[in-house]
Design a protein around this ligand. Structure first.
Ligand code: NZQ
Ligand code: ZN
Length: 386
């Protein structure tokens, strides 16, 4: 199997923010400083970042208020600011939403058309300004991948794509910056990391000894440390393990040459697009039901292996029973240990848009994931989540 592994993002892990100015200097003197709704001001990170950047002679142009499930309007504004001010580098400080928005601002700065076309029409991304990130929430892996997901509330669309050119040039990953993340966001972020691994792990392709083992260890890492970080938010070991797992879950490394067809993310993006819910929460509600729906002769061995190698369940010799036990262990973890809401009904979501959301999730066709899913299948999975 042939594959290309391209992981160009330079990672500064741990307490190394002091090197931020030096890193930014490489790209020029003017930075668009993008951040969210205020968590970085409350934690004191805002003052540190501005101090370090200005200390290195970097002129900062600020764009705050990037929303969770970042909006295309923010991207448009950022791209416009980049052009107006002759920005050299985009500095994103925050969670995945801030980082994702920054990536499309960086690409939008280089084109004369509406950046929404990158998502709606897959307009080519040939150039982008360099992006440097300071991550404050372990979840999406945006700090090391070329992904970015943007919401257009007018059209009820949440669309993403992956491009190497959008990978950050450098990311500062200091686990201590995630001490202030709430228990809920820690849980949702952990469900997101798990899902990124599961989307790759659950396949009927032949096993890959090394990568399967690494995926199982990454999942065990989340299962071990998420509850620790929720109970003790300043547990460095827990936060560090979650943060590094977040990056490796989705940067492309665990994929190898396996054909990829993610199933749960497209379904969740419809939930976020219609109801603006937290991404990781939507994934948590969907994933056990999706696995249940996928149970068949071909998939049972993999689901059972997941129970055995990730949750440490003893195999009974009956694959059906073992798969059920594995799905139950996953549900217990997500809804018990992480305390996440277990149903769409619990979020006030009803079935009124299911048919439309299902069509959009499969883009009117079939998603060839763990099992092929057509719109009717997705609708049934949504129903199972009620
Ligand atoms: O806006 P602020 O005030 O910073 O508060 C944020 C936000 O309210 C808060 N937060 C972040 N760091 C914090 C903190 N609060 C206290 N202390 C800190 N250190 O957390 C809230 C959620 O932030 P957000 O950035 O939205 O969360 P997350 O990192 O989970 O990002 C979710 C977005 O990323 C997309 C999702 O769809 C969603 O739009 N994804 C991006 C991917 C990628 N780039 O590859 C892949 C994922 O599958 C995902 O789709
Ligand atoms: Zn995700």
């Amino acid at each position: 199997m042939e594959f290309v592994c391209n992981l160009p993002t330079k990672i500064y892990f741990g307490d190394q923010l002091v090197l931020l100015g030096k890193e930014l200097e490489k790209y020029g003197k003017k930075a668009l400083f993008v951040y969210g709704g205020g968590s970085i001001k409350a934690s004191g990170l805002y003052d540190r970042v501005t101090g370090l950047a200005r200390g290195a002679g970097i002129e900062l142009f600020e764009l705050s208020g990037i929303e969770p499930n970042p909006r295309i309007e923010s991207v448009r504004l950022g791209a416009k600011m980049c052009k107006e001010h002759g920005i050299d580098v985009v500095l994103a400080v925050g969670g995945g939403s801030v980082l994702d928005a920054a990536k499309y601002m960086a690409a939008g700065a280089k084109v004369g058309f509406d950046p929404w076309l990158f998502l709606s029409e897959h307009a080519p991304i040939e150039e982008a300004l360099p992006v440097v990130t300071v991550l404050t929430l372990a979840a999406t892996g945006s700090e090391m991948d070329g992904g970015g997901v943007i919401t257009n509330l007018q059209t009820h669309e949440k669309l993403g794509r992956m491009e190497d050119i959008l990978r950050p040039k450098a990311s500062f990953l200091d686990p201590a910056l995630t001490f202030s993340v709430s228990a809920f966001q820690t849980a949702a972020g952990s469900a997101d990391i798990l899902s990124h691994i599961m989307e790759t792990y659950f396949t009927t392709e032949p096993d890959l000894y090394m990568l399967d083992g690494i995926m199982e260890t990454l999942m065990k890492t989340v299962i071990k440390y998420a509850p620790v970080a929720m109970k003790k938010p300043d547990d460095y070991e827990a936060r560090a393990n979650l943060m590094w797992a977040s990056s490796w879950a989705i940067n492309g490394f665990i994929t190898g040459a396996k054909p990829q067809a993610w199933s749960v993310h497209p379904m969740e993006h419809e939930l976020s697009a219609f109801y603006d819910i937290t991404h990781g929460l939507g994934l948590a509600i969907l994933t056990p039901r999706w696995l249940e729906y996928c149970r068949n002769e071909k998939t049972l061995p993999r689901i059972s292996r997941f129970g055995e190698n990730v949750f440490g369940l003893a195999p009974s010799g009956d694959l059906e029973k073992d798969a059920d036990a594995a799905i139950k262990a996953l549900s217990d973890f997500l809804f018990g240990d992480l305390g996440l809401t277990s149903t769409l009904g619990g979020l006030g979501i009803g079935r009124e848009h299911f048919a439309q959301m299902a069509q959009k999730a499969v883009k009117g066709g079939v998603v060839e994931g763990f099992i092929p899913l057509a719109a009717a299948d997705v609708e049934k999975i949504f129903e199972m989540c009620l």
